[in-house]
Design a binder for this molecule. Sequence first.
Ligand code: ADP
Ligand code: MG
Length: 350
Amino acid sequence: MSIQILPARLANQIAAGEVVERPSSVVKELVENSLDSAATSIEIEIEKGGHKRILIRDNGSGIASDELALALSRHATSKITCLDDLEAIHSLGFRGEALASISSVARLTLTSKPEKQQQAWQAHCEGRDMQVQVNPVAHPAGTSVDVADLFFNTPARRKFLKTEKTEFAHIDEVVRRIALSRFDVSFSLKHNGKVVRKYPAISASGNKIKRLTAICGKGFTDACLEINSQYQKFELHGWMLPPTELASGHEFQYVYVNGRMMRDKLINHAIRQAFEGIDNAEFRPGYVLYLSIEHDQVDVNVHPAKHEVRFHQARLVHDFIFRALSDVLKQYLQNENSGSATTVLPPVEP
Ligand code: ADP
Ligand code: MG
């Protein structure tokens, strides 16, 4: 067979294989776009576990009418322009792939109104080649992305979707994780017309424990130890469970690097090492940890879904996290042994 350039839609569908694994990955990508647009309120509406419909509505900066079609094309992004930008990414997105990928495997409607634009405009795109129609509609300032019939044109992928319940559980988990990354943004999650989660925004000086409790449960917040550590330009904040059998909430093992949720082998190793020697075989550490590091010290362009990062000073990051957690644990165990009370967190406000 001769060599040919793939048609745009097929190329996007191939890229979608990496970015759009299931409904929850659509939710992740769209909510990250809303956060990048400086939204302070994000509403998520799901029908039938996302099989039927995923709708994300935000009050962010919006997309100008003449850029709607462009936003849907591959490698189109407003977030980076040159290689230097790529070396110090400040936004969650930068690859310009999500909207193109999602629209190649679903019926996507993008509606947006920047604050200063008189009229909202809407672009619709489905199954055909990347021809996008744009029409004026009514919509408040901000953006809505409506994704219907995910994988309708890729039956092989549709077959891999799990039950409505399972897919919704994945979505719920993604929303939980993202909600823990931005306490200053309000999130709501509806399923089949019913509000199932509401995480109101918490101001910078407000009590974050409320949202932590809403997400990880009172067992977690009552027992958890607070972490606040700094070394050079690294900072680690967050909470972790002490090695007591009673504490519930060990299923929460969340790590954020510069506000981005991660599954990072290096960080996991540092955490495991900090808990080594705890003679409670049953214990699984539960934690919500936020690492801040200079943007040019971490490469996020490693994985299409950006689950992984590479640290320039990997050893230093590893040892910093290990030390920060071991210090808190050591302190806790000392207090336990000397019988003194460990009230680490302020009480939850009613
Ligand atoms: P990326 O996020 O990597 O830039 P996407 O395909 O996710 O790529 O989005 C393409 C572009 O569309 C973004 O760079 C942004 O300019 C615009 N965009 C997407 N979603 C939103 C939104 N909710 N609000 C404002 N602009 C958006
Ligand atoms: Mg994006």
